[in-house]
Each structure stands twice: as C-alpha cells, then as structure tokens.
Design a protein around this ligand. Structure first.
Ligand code: NAD
Length: 479
C-alpha cells in the first residue's frame, strides 16, 4: 500500500494530523493507500521553504530553469505507466485516458521549459532622447497551487510548469483523492534534482489546511481549479488580501447539433464529451441541444451509442468509462440520476460492468423531456449524465446554449459556415469549438472560461505566463 507524504524544503515528511484510507473506486474491497493529513504547521513550513528557495531560483537564468523542467519532463515520461496506474487506481480514470494525461504533463513541461530562452518584453520608444524604455516579466514570488482530483497530473503541471519557468516557487495542495498520485509525482521530480523548496507538496483536506494557505500565509499568488463554490471563496479571500488569483471552476457545457450535422461524427464526439472520464471533466458535454429537424434521428442514434459504451474497472484497457472517483461523488451524482428517473424521460442508460466488483459505478444516462431551467439542465452534475433539449432553429440553440451561469466550453456540429462563425461569435464560453467535442482543448492554447466558470484569466499556452509574472516597465537614461 502506498502512503502519501509531504515534500517540504526538499525533505520528506509524513504528517500526523490524521489518516484516510483510500479505496480503489473500481473495487472497493481493495485498499490502495493511506493519505496522511497535514496541519497548519506544515502549510507554514512549506511556505517558508518556498520563500527561502525563491531568492536563488528566481536569480537562475531562464535556460537553467528550463534545464530542470526538461529533467522533470523526462522523469515523468519514464514513469508514465507507473504514474498512470497509480492515478487510475486512486481516482478511477481509465488507464488509456490516464496515460494520455501523463503525456500531456510531459508536453506541458517541455513547452514551458522552452519559454526559458524565449524573448519576452517590448522596447517602447521614449519621448526623451537617449532613454531606453522597455518591459520585462518578473516573477510574483511564492505561488499557491490548489488542484482538483479529476486531472490529477495534468492540472498541477499546467500550473506549476509556467509558475516555475517564470521564476516563482510553489506550494502545492492537491485534492484529497489525488494524494497518492501527487506524492509519487513529487518523488519523480525530487529524483530529477529539482532544488529544495522550489516545489513543495502539502497534503490535506481543503477544509482544514486550504484556508490556512489562503488566510494566514503570505503567498504572492494563488492558482485554483475546482468547484465554483470553493473557487468563489478563494477569490473572495484573495481579493480581500490583494493576492493575485486565478480560479478555474465548474462548467455546464453545451453541444449544439444542427439539422445538417454529420450524424456519425457528431454522435462519436458527443458520447466522448459526455461519458469519457465518467463525465468528470470540467469541459464534459452535459447539455445537448438539438435542432428539431434532426432531433428524432439524433436521439435514436445517441441512445444506441450510449447503450453500447463499456463501463468497467479503470485498469481494464478496453473500458470507455470507469467508476466515479469517490463515495461523495457517487452520492451526489446518484441524486441526479434518481432525479432524472423521477422527473425526466430516460432516453438511454448504459449497462453495469460485467465483473461483480463492487465499485462506484454509475451507468451512463441520457435524459430528455425537461425544461431548460430544470436542475438537471442547470446544475453541474460532474458525472455520466447528459440532458437533451430540443430547439426550433439556430437562434433558439444559441439562446439555450447561453442560458446558464457557466461559460467554460461549447461545441456546434454543422457543415454551415455561416452558423459556425455566428456560434463562435455568440456562444458565451471561453472555448468554442465547431465539429469538435467540448473537451480536449490542446495544451498550447489558452484554457479557461467566462461567467461563473472562471476569474477570466487563462491557463496553458502563452496565456499562463501572464498570470505567473508581472510586467516591470524599465527606463534608463544614457545621456
Ligand atoms: P473542490 O472545489 O471540492 O476542490 C478543489 C481543491 O480545493 C481541492 O484541492 C480541495 O481540497 C481544495 N479546497 C477545498 N476547500 C478549500 C478551502 N476552503 N480553501 C482552499 N482550498 C480548498 O473541487 P473538486 O471536487 O476537487 O473538483 C471538481 C470541480 O473542479 C468541478 O466543479 C469541476 O468542474 C472543476 N474543474 C474545473 C476545471 C477548469 O479548468 N475550469 C478543471 C477541472 C475541474
């Protein structure tokens, strides 16, 4: 069995503020590890270690920091299979998807490593003679990174890779149900010779140590991904303390199907958007808005496809979706499944796994016959549950798409270029995609949402560098 550990100032610490036994969500009779909970003192130590390391890390050349990130990428790639297996066993994401996620982490580290030697800043003409005026990026200091369990490898990496290359040091608090994966990642990075204190891992409950990190530490910035409720709290505390923050939160992403859509391709992408990772992606497709002329054909084909997806243990390479991650997730998602059974028309429901293993399995479910303001259509379910709405025409599909407090991702399926461009203009979401699923945005492109999905900055791609640095305007007279 694995034990989670903190990595603080280059030292391994097993905290003793409590333990939680982690069970395999694919097979609850299997205990996969023990999470050891931190207390306030560990958060303080981690912050102090990061502060101490900042002076020398931020003074290293970009090329030297890049060297470390390339080593981290190599370490992650070498351990790809092992790390993917730990994560699949800890939080139930199918192994094939998990391998892809670790590879995304490798690519993110390489992408940001290259930024270490890339030009940044501008020379701005001065109004005076013999004055050189220019901008440069400077690091923020110590950055707190708070991450969810649903992308246990990629999300932390897409935060700390740009943070580190910009010269910041990091205190990382992963989600409870990603603690074993986080510990193993820290071990991998430690083995690559990352200097002590540059990246610090503190494992514990958000409710116990999260607020200490936010309220009592002197962090210079916080990057959070998680639920909208927690994210709003993070934003409030950071705004009050004037700490730079970024919150990426929930979604209720729409896929619109117009009458002329290519049905085969559309079905495959919407099934993937709705049910891969058991619907536990912030960018998962959860509202399917279908124009009336194709509605009956779409519903029939989508129901058939849903009934054929394979639900099973995360380590089975042939499964399409695994269990949901935890008892809490199972309870919440099942409350929506029961709501759908009572209040909606069930279009399709997949099958339970063939094996008799006891896990947090939820059959993929498609519901229709409810109005656009129903909780099933408006609330983030974060499970394998999709709702279908019928719309009279393109105008109504857009109105329904935008009828939500969220604004993370949205897709349109059509062959009509005019509607495609109108959708890209009019859909209120940070990521808008035509003939592509709502999930699957690439690491080199900006990632983030509008409305209650985000604090409106962007992660990944070049956009992340804007968050993890600030601009200094420099002027020097040489007259
Ligand atoms: P969560 O909000 O419960 O937890 C996220 C993190 O915040 C965890 O590390 C948790 O321990 C910590 N936390 C909890 N309370 C805290 C507090 N008071 N102070 C500081 N930290 C605290 O979310 P989750 O269940 O881990 O993740 C699922 C959610 O994440 C979904 O809503 C999903 O949409 C969202 N998500 C968003 C994105 C995105 O980029 N927009 C990506 C993935 C997941």
């Amino acid at each position: 069995m694995m034990n989670s550990r903190n990595w603080i100032g280059g030292e391994w610490v097993t905290p003793s503020a409590g333990t939680i036994v982690i069970k395999n969500p694919s097979n609850l009779s299997e205990e996969v590890g023990v999470m050891h909970l931190s207390d306030v003192s560990h958060v303080r130590q981690a912050e102090q270690a990061a502060r101490a390391a900042f002076a020398s890390w931020s003074r290293q050349t970009g090329a030297a920091r890049a060297g470390h990130l390339y080593q981290m990428a190599a370490g992650l790639e070498t351990s790809l299979e092992e790390l993917a297996t730990i994560a699949s066993t800890e939080m139930g994401k199918p192994i094939a998807e998990m391998r892809g996620e670790v590879m995304r982490g490798v690519n993110l580290l390489r992408y940001y490593a290259a930024e270490g030697v890339r030009a940044s800043g501008q020379v701005i003409p001065s109004s005076e003679t013999d004055v050189l005026q220019y901008t440069k990026r400077v690091p923020l200091g110590v950055v707190g990174v708070i991450t969810p369990w649903n992308f246990p490898v990629a999300i932390p990496v897409w935060k700390f890779a740009p943070a580190l290359i910009c010269g910041n040091t990091v205190v990382w608090k992963p989600a409870e149900f990603a603690s074993l994966t986080a510990s193993r990642m820290a071990e991998i990075f430690a083995s690559t010779g990352l200097p002590a204190g540059v990246l610090n891992l503190v494992i514990g409950k958000g409710s116990q140590i999260g607020d200490v990190l936010l309220e009592q530490s002197s962090l210079n910035a916080v990057s959070f991904t998680g639920s909208t409720a927690t994210g709003r709290h993070v934003a409030e505390v950071c705004a009050r303390r004037n700490v730079k923050y970024q919150t990426e939160m929930g979604g209720k992403n729409a896929a619109i199907v117009l009458n002329d859509a290519s049905l085969d391709k559309t079905i495959a992408m919407i099934v993937s958007g709705a049910f891969r990772s058991a619907g536990q992606k912030c960018t998962a497709t959860s509202r399917i808005i279908v124009e009336s002329g194709i509605y009956d054909r779409f519903v029939e084909a989508f129901a058939k496809a849903t009934s054929q997806v394979k639900l099973g243990a995360a380590l089975d390479p042939s499964v399409y979706l695994g269990p949901v991650a935890s008892a809490g997730q199972h309870k919440t998602v099942m409350s929506y499944v029961n709501m759908a059974r009572e209040q909606a028309e069930i279009i399709a429901e997949g099958s339970l796994p063939d094996s008799s293993a006891d896990g947090y399995y939820i059959r993929p479910l498609v519901a229709a016959g409810i109005d656009a303001d129903h909780p099933l259509v408006q609330e983030e379910i974060f499970g394998p549950v999709a709702t279908i709405l019928k719309a009279a025409d393109f105008e109504e599909t857009i109105a329904l798409c935008n009828r939500t407090v969220f604004g993370l991702s949205a897709s349109l399926f059509t062959r009509d270029l005019t509607y495609a461009h109108r959708f890209l203009d009019e859909a209120q979401a940070g990521m808008v995609r035509v003939n592509q699923e709502t999930a699957g945005v690439e690491y080199q492109a900006p990632f983030g949402g509008m409305k209650l999905s985000s604090s409106h900055s962007r992660e990944q791609g070049q956009a992340a560098l804007d968050f993890y640095s600030e601009i200094k305007t420099c002027a020097i007279s040489y007259a």
